[in-house]
Design a protein. Sequence first.
Length: 195
Amino acid sequence: MTTAPPARTPRRHRARLLVPAALAVLVCTATTAAASDTSPKTTATTVATVGSHHEGAQRPKAMLDDWLRLWNGDYDRAPGIISPAFRVHAALMDGGDGSSIRGVDGLVAWIAQTRAAFTDLRFTEQIAPLVDGHYASIRWTATGTYAGGFPGAKAAPGTVITFTGTDTLRMRDGRFVEYWVNTDTLQLLTQLKAL
């Protein structure tokens, strides 16, 4: 009579998979504040690059820093990093796909509209950006104070909200030309009591 080997529990198997992944995240992750004249100094900055040299990653990193500054209300940054041919790919709250947001002026208007609903809205880098050739991706956290006026929201003005997202941008000739955004809308709408 042969005895079958003891079955491994899914928990052990899953734990083995998660530990290397967690170590990889720890090695590649650094948290920085989105730089501005009033923000805390950056403690560490890591740019994970795939298929590019360190020198080639410096310009995309500077562009991503300016990208966060732009979302933090420094609109003067836009012409230096946004192409006139800039296009947005996003599922918007009004049901649109973002295709109407084009160029520097369209992006700045969209950012200003977003910031009007949340005073002191602040975007910070959550993990180090990834740069691969003509593409860059950054994971961010946004925190701000709800100012009121968001359709369907029952949260009181003055409610502090925090939500996360990931921006993926395509670069050409030293500027961003395309933008894909993935925002945790459920997290935002739950805090706004809009569900």
